[in-house]
Design a binder for this molecule. Structure first.
Ligand SMILES: Cc1cc2nc3c(=O)[nH]c(=O)nc-3n(C[C@H](O)[C@H](O)[C@H](O)COP(=O)(O)OP(=O)(O)OC[C@H]3O[C@@H](n4cnc5c(N)ncnc54)[C@H](O)[C@@H]3O)c2cc1C
Length: 500
């Protein structure tokens, strides 16, 4: 905790890996007064943290493997996080259809009762059971499902969550480098020397504390450091999702139980689509992180057991995959392996290394809080935990005021239609006006790239949000990749290239 203006390459804390855990720690550490930095080898959040099911949830199914501590912490976090970012997160009700071939209805009811109890006092609705016959939630489903249960968790735009943590950390004085790979680390005179390579330059930074939040690559730092015997066993599990055209006309999600004991979700996505996932496939480092044909068939067949519409690979408009790094989980099925996190803290010759294993999107804030507290106590410093009450950029409003704020935007910017205003609000929250400025007409926002993407928005992503290439822009800053034609993407790509 010292003068932030000191040497630009001299840090208290430096983080390798700009997924949700690295970004969360960067924000917490910056707001706690540390001079800190982060290097991410791709775009921020471009690995696992933009490939999740996008839920702040306790994880109903983790009750089956007795992960009560994790479920309780996650449910409490769900409520805290919703308050901090009500523009990119919102409550989502899940319908769990039931027929006699599935787990007993009463066991599920009991599971949800425990889930409600672990959630404590919450603004979100408690679980209920109901009859699916003559109910709009049953009309898109196979008619054998006559009963259902419903419970509520939260949706989150995962890639924007990472980005907003980075942006807020920067506002608090942190340095964050994307497309910058850490190629070597070494201890020297009570510090770490970290070598970083980007397309434009190679440079070295010095730090007292090094934090490894490299997710699926967590053990590759051991290789550069030649300290393999200290590595914790990490199990890599690939999970894929598919996106199809909208399968139902309401904004609740479904959770389906499969014959193999697994579950999948079908979630309303980007107004016109349904997101279906996930799979769990053992993954080897170096293998391609891609949704295979088998996974596509598996998800289509699984969902077709429930929906009246029978899905095939031809219905898929987009798919994505990510890799979980699960720790200490050798002899259990992937679905039962712990989703909890752990830390390894070591100090040698005065240089500190904190390695983060596992974790969920939902627990990132708590994980970051614990990580920074571990470091402050090791360094015998005092600190006040602060991240549970300070909203992320654009999130400084109450969830119940969201509609009023969207209507306000429509009034101020008369050229916007409802879908456009809503999309912008769910992206930028209360910062929408900073993006649109004094525009009176659509023309004032410059060139149009298709769908409702304008030059103003593109430049905002590039100048204010670290977007470098077309994929950053259409898949992580926004999800406009689902709407733009390949010709429009090509044109956007050449526009961005000309700027660089
Ligand atoms: C299919 C799937 C669904 C999921 N769904 C949910 C969900 O709904 N809710 C939930 O709470 N959790 C969910 N999770 C879990 C959650 O996504 C992960 O726990 C979380 O994203 C992990 O974040 P991370 O920061 O540890 O890893 P990552 O996001 O993978 O970040 C690690 C980063 O380190 C970078 N890196 C690696 N090596 C270097 C280097 N040498 N130099 C610089 N950078 C480097 C990588 O590029 C990467 O961006 C899901 C996971 C998967 C796979």
């Amino acid at each position: 905790m010292r003068n932030k203006k000191k040497d630009e390459t001299d840090f208290d804390i430096f983080i390798i890996g700009g997924g949700v855990n690295g970004a969360g720690i960067l924000r917490d550490a910056a707001g706690s007064g540390f001079k800190c930095g982060l290097a991410e080898m791709g775009d921020f959040g471009s690995a696992t943290s933009s490939s999740s099911t996008k839920l702040f949830h306790g994880g109903l199914r983790y009750l089956e493997s007795y992960q009560f501590r994790l479920v309780k912490e996650s449910l409490r976090e769900r409520d805290i996080l919703l308050n901090l970012m009500p523009h990119i997160s919102w409550p989502l009700q899940f319908i769990l259809p039931h027929n006699k071939n599935l787990r007993s209805y009463w066991i599920l009811r009991l599971g949800l009762y425990i889930y409600d109890l672990l959630g404590g006092s919450t603004k979100l609705s408690k679980s209920v059971g109901f009859d699916l016959r003559n109910n709009p939630f049953g009309s898109c489903l196979d008619q054998s499902y006559t009963k259902a249960l419903a419970y509520t968790d939260c949706w989150v735009e995962d890639s924007r969550l990472v980005l907003l943590n980075i942006l807020d950390a920067e506002k608090r004085g942190a340095k964050a480098f994307s497309y910058s790979k850490v190629t070597n680390v070494q201890r020297k005179n009570g510090h770490w020397l970290v070598s970083i390579k980007s397309k434009e330059r190679s440079f070295e930074i010095k730090t007292k504390v090094l934090i490894n939040t490299m997710g699926p690559w967590v053990n590759s730092l051991g290789q550069v450091e030649k300290n393999k015997n200290k590595q914790v066993m990490v199990r890599l599990i690939k999970g894929s999702h598919i996106v199809v055209k909208k399968l139902f006309n309401h904004d609740n999600a479904y959770i389906f139980q499969g014959k193999d004991g697994r579950i999948i979700f079908s979630i309303p996505y980007e107004n016109d689509f349904t997101l279906i996932g996930t799979t769990e496939v053992e993954h080897k480092e170096g293998d391609e992180v891609k949704c295979s044909d088998e996974e596509k068939d598996y998800l289509c067949n699984f969902a077709s057991d429930y929906f009246q519409k029978k899905l095939t690979k031809k219905d898929i408009v987009w798919d994505y995959s990510g890799v979980r790094a699960l720790y200490e989980s050798k002899n259990v099925e992937a679905r039962n392996a712990s989703r909890d996190y752990s830390f390894q803290l070591e100090e040698k010759e005065g240089a500190v290394l904190l390695t983060v294993y596992g974790g969920k999107i939902t627990t990132y804030r708590k994980l970051a809080e614990k990580a920074v507290s571990k470091i402050t106590s090791l360094l015998k410093l005092k600190r006040t935990e602060w991240t549970s009450t300070k909203h992320l950029p654009g999130g400084g409003f109450k969830l119940e005021d969201k509609e009023k704020l969207i209507v306000g935007i429509l009034k101020k910017y008369k050229f916007l239609n409802r879908d456009w205003a809503e999309r912008l609000f769910k992206t930028f929250g209360t910062d929408v006006e900073k993006v649109l400025g004094k525009a009176k007409t659509k023309k004032d926002l410059g060139r149009s790239f298709g769908s409702d993407l304008t030059e103003r928005e593109v430049l905002w992503y590039i100048n204010q949000e670290h977007a470098r290439c077309v994929d950053d822009l259409i898949w992580r800053r926004s999800k406009l990749g689902l709407r733009l034609s390949s010709k429009q993407v090509r044109e956007l790509n050449s526009y961005i290239k000309k700027l660089n």
